[in-house]
Design a protein around this ligand. Structure first.
Ligand code: ADP
Ligand code: ZN
Ligand code: ZN
Length: 801
């Protein structure tokens, strides 16, 4: 008898270790690690889902005390050995339940509704089943179509090759298979003699088959692409020279026309970097590299050439980017270089497309995977290099359970696969830069732009002086510069990190500010939709004509958003063609790419947007970048506020002057003397790094200290506050006296969606007692959840709002 070790879908500390279940006899040959099963659980034996993480012979357990697995959910493992292993580490590292780690790694499509399809390869001896399964076509079925016993029999038959089973996402099954032909000829010269000399179409097909004697050739493709004649195919089929079969069709979700791209001749700086990383790939060294390269220094070309090395070595590559939709140019560059070997994991894919991409990766047909955070779990079997582009980006941290950082997972996988990790950025996170400084990471610096251009000249405009002169939106300098570029037919990028029209409404008579009823935040006016919107919970209401409190008509709107800037620009520069890119204009699928394409084709003069325009864009005709208000992020209650501001401004400045024309950047600010802004002027990351490190040292923050954030929330403020003080008391008794505990304090936005949030921040260097204490809190969090309290543990948090 066999037992299976199963992580069940019950989030508690006990279930972080597997439970043992007996494997029913008829499942013994088909069950494997990484499959999901349904098992009875608890006193009531309710049926729940679980992951098989191990199978072993029954030795010293009493079978009478074990429950039996009820049924199998998957016909093939959905997670491999590596990912099962990873889940253990991830749960420990992020203070999460192991089941939530497994569920996070599960390909999205497996979480969606899907059916299974079965096809038989020859008549089945079991008559009932033989009738239920048709001959050639895939029969779609859900779990009711077959009895549990029949399902188990089908799995056995699948093992023996009597039937084939696969997943089909509902409604998307039709395009699954397509017709293919396969050669049956052994003696080509014999057949050739047989053909009439003037039957050129048939000769063509015969030559073609001779070149591809073993392949399944998709009929549609060879007719369209290779000029094979349909009647020749028919004739060959009638003679028995070819067979007709079906092949699975992979949908190609990324409808980008490939433009073949070849490796570029490297600059000396690039070449040195490529060589060093190549060494690690070839020697199978799990080293982490940090490339700190100024914007336009050609980091992408380095990645591409290293990926090529990994592929040449018969290995695969995993490339992570902050957000796919924002970086279509980057994705296209990878596609153009490596063609159809590339799989893109994209939140805009349909479930069917995602399943196809996942399967292509798992089957080893996709050798290069590009995707955002969750792609770090792509089921590649033989990784040769992992890349994190823009490694400082906060989207690499998951803001829900399990709260992992992509970089940590990447480094874990690099050890498993014996391959290097490459972190790249113009403005590395202080944590990574500090590790590079200590030699934990291998440090590579690129100080020059590829095109020999200087970095763009940056001008700081003091808005405290401008407001009286020209209002608070555009300074004279900026308007003049925009005008100049428009006459030269060059392009302009303008950034304002605030969407909507006005950021709040206030009554001049009574001072009332219109707030969200569910959150402690003011409502933003949107002219597009004629509503006042909450950017945190999505609440919307019509724009009021009078003050809701005193009914005065004397209401005013303050704060400028992208909508207002667009309107103002159109007034001042009626001839300018403007594209706006923010959350509101990019809701629809593909909108990002459309806007960027239009701008790239120079169908617009000005691209105006929020921070989503700061990343990765590479448009040669952009020679001016304007930042309308550099201060939006500076005042946030976050110890990384200066770092974020420096990163964002440096990134956006880097969009200017990337080709042969010199670039210029104008930054408007009310804090012209602030060091983060002054150092952007020089685009001097290293000086910023040193200065910021000193401040972090003084204040006791990362990277000098590790941080854990505990958040307690409830719909009742008293309850959240009370619990957080209780936790504080507990921590004080447990933790080392060198560990600092800050709080509890209400979160900066104390209430969101009618929940009140309290935070505790723990800062520590080494504290052996911390992990057990946090696990104790995690353990108790399930009981608290029943009372409506939510407790979140966030190790190395990046978000304090
Ligand atoms: P980064 O990611 O460092 O900002 P990119 O990789 O986008 O820089 O490179 C900037 C531009 O220079 C791109 O248009 C790229 O195609 C081009 N480029 C990169 N390396 C080379 C090279 N060795 N020779 C010519 N052009 C290059
Ligand atoms: Zn009023
Ligand atoms: Zn709200």
């Amino acid at each position: 008898m066999q037992i299976a070790n199963i992580i069940v879908d019950v989030p508690t500390m006990q279930t972080n270790s597997p439970y043992s279940y007996l494997v029913p006899k008829d499942l013994q040959s088909s069950l494997s690690k990484g499959m999901r099963v349904v098992v009875p659980f608890g006193k009531g034996n309710r049926k729940i889902e679980g992951f098989v993480v191990g199978i072993e012979p029954l030795t010293n357990q009493d079978p009478a005390k074990l429950k039996e697995i009820s049924s199998i959910m998957d016909f093939e493992p959905v997670l491999d050995e590596e990912l099962l292993d990873l889940s253990k580490w991830l749960a420990d590292k992020t203070y999460a339940f192991r089941i939530s780690c497994l569920l996070t790694m599960l390909p999205n499509v497996m979480k969606a509704k899907y059916a299974k399809a079965v096809k038989k390869n020859h008549p089945l001896t079991n008559q009932a089943l033989n009738q239920k399964v048709s001959d050639n076509l895939m029969t779609l079925f859900d779990d009711k179509h077959f009895t549990e016993k029949e399902l188990n029999q089908l799995i056995l038959m699948q093992k023996k090759g009597d039937v084939e089973i696969e997943y089909v996402v509902k409604n998307e099954a039709k395009s699954k298979v397509e017709l293919a032909i396969q050669n049956q000829i052994n003696d080509f010269s014999g057949v050739r003699k047989h053909l009439k000399t003037n039957a050129s179409a048939q000769h063509h097909l015969l030559d073609f088959l001779e070149k591809h004697p073993k392949e399944k050739l998709v009929q549609k493709k060879i007719i369209e692409k290779d000029g094979i004649s349909p009647s020749a195919i028919k004739a060959f089929f009638n003679k028995g020279w070819i067979n007709k079969t079906q092949v699975e069709k992979y949908r190609n979700p990324y409808n980008h026309k490939l433009v073949r791209d070849h490796p570029k001749r490297l600059t000396p700086e690039q070449e040195k970097a490529v060589l060093e990383i190549d060494q690690a790939i070839k020697k199978k060294k799990p080293e982490t590299f940090l490339i700190e390269g100024v914007t336009g220094s050609g980091k992408t070309e380095i990645y591409l050439q290293n990926i090529q090395t990994a592929l040449n070595d018969g290995r695969q590559a995993l490339m992570l980017v902050p957000e796919i939709a924002l970086t279509p140019q980057m994705v296209n560059r990878v596609k153009n270089r490596f063609g159809n070997q590339v799989a893109i994991i994209h939140s805009g894919l349909s479930n069917g497309e995602r399943y196809d991409e996942w399967r292509r990766i798992r089957d080893g047909n996709a050798k290069v995977v590009v995707g955002a955070r969750s792609a770090v779990f792509a089921p590649l079997q033989n990784i040769g290099i992992i890349i994190l582009d823009e490694e400082h980006d906060t989207s690499y941290k998951q803001d829900e359970n399990p709260r992992y950082h992509t970089r940590d997972v990447a480094i874990w996988r690099s050890k498993y696969h014996h391959c290097p990790v490459v972190l790249g950025s113009a403005t590395p996170s202080l944590e990574s830069r500090a590790r590079a400084g200590k030699g934990v990471y291998h440090f590579i610096r690129l100080t020059k732009r590829v095109n020999q251009q200087q970095l763009p000249e940056v001008e700081i405009v003091d808005m405290t002086k401008e407001v009286a002169k020209s209002g608070d939106i555009f300074s004279e300098e900026l308007l003049q510069a925009i005008n100049e570029k428009l006459t030269k037919h060059e392009q302009v990028v303008l950034m304002l990190n605030r969407r909507g029209f006005s950021s709040f409404m206030m009554c001049r008579d009574c001072g009332y500010v219109l707030m969200c009823p569910n959150c402690d935040i003011s409502l933003t006016m949107h002219l597009d939709s004629h509503t006042m919107k909450c950017h945190y919970c999505g609440f919307e209401e019509p724009i009021p004509n009078v003050c809701p409190k005193c009914h005065s008509h004397n209401i005013r709107y303050f704060g400028t958003g992208t909508e207002k800037v667009e309107q103002e620009l159109a007034k001042i520069l009626p001839q300018a063609r403007i594209l706006r890119m923010d959350v509101d204009t990019t809701k629809r699928k593909g909108a990002h790419e459309r806007i960027l394409n239009e701008f790239g084709e120079q169908k617009a003069d000005i691209l105006l947007g929020t921070q989503m325009i700061a990343k990765g864009l590479d448009f040669p005709n952009v020679t001016l970048v304007g930042v309308l208000n550099a201060d939006t992020g500076l005042d946030l209650p976050d110890f990384r506020a200066s770092e974020r501001t420096f990163d964002l401004l440096t990134q956006v400045a880097g969009r200017a002057g990337r080709a042969d024309k010199a670039g210029k950047v104008i930054i408007q600010t009310f804090n012209p003397e602030h060091y983060a802004i002054q150092l952007v002027k020089k685009q001097d990351y290293e000086t910023f790094y040193k200065k910021e490190m000193k401040l972090r040292h003084l204040a006791g923050y990362a990277p000098y200290y590790f941080t854990v954030k505990l958040t307690v929330s409830s719909t009742k403020e008293q309850q959240a506050a009370g619990k957080s003080y209780e936790i504080l008391k507990y921590l004080k008794t447990q933790l080392s006296h060198k560990t600092m505990i800050l709080g509890p304090t209400p979160r900066p936005i104390a209430r969101i969606k009618n929940r009140y949030y309290y935070q505790i921040i723990i800062k520590y260097k080494v504290d052996k007692k911390l992990s057990p204490a946090l696990k104790q809190i995690l353990q108790s969090s399930q009981q608290e959840a029943r009372k409506g309290l939510r407790i979140a543990i966030d190790s190395e948090p990046v978000n304090f709002m």
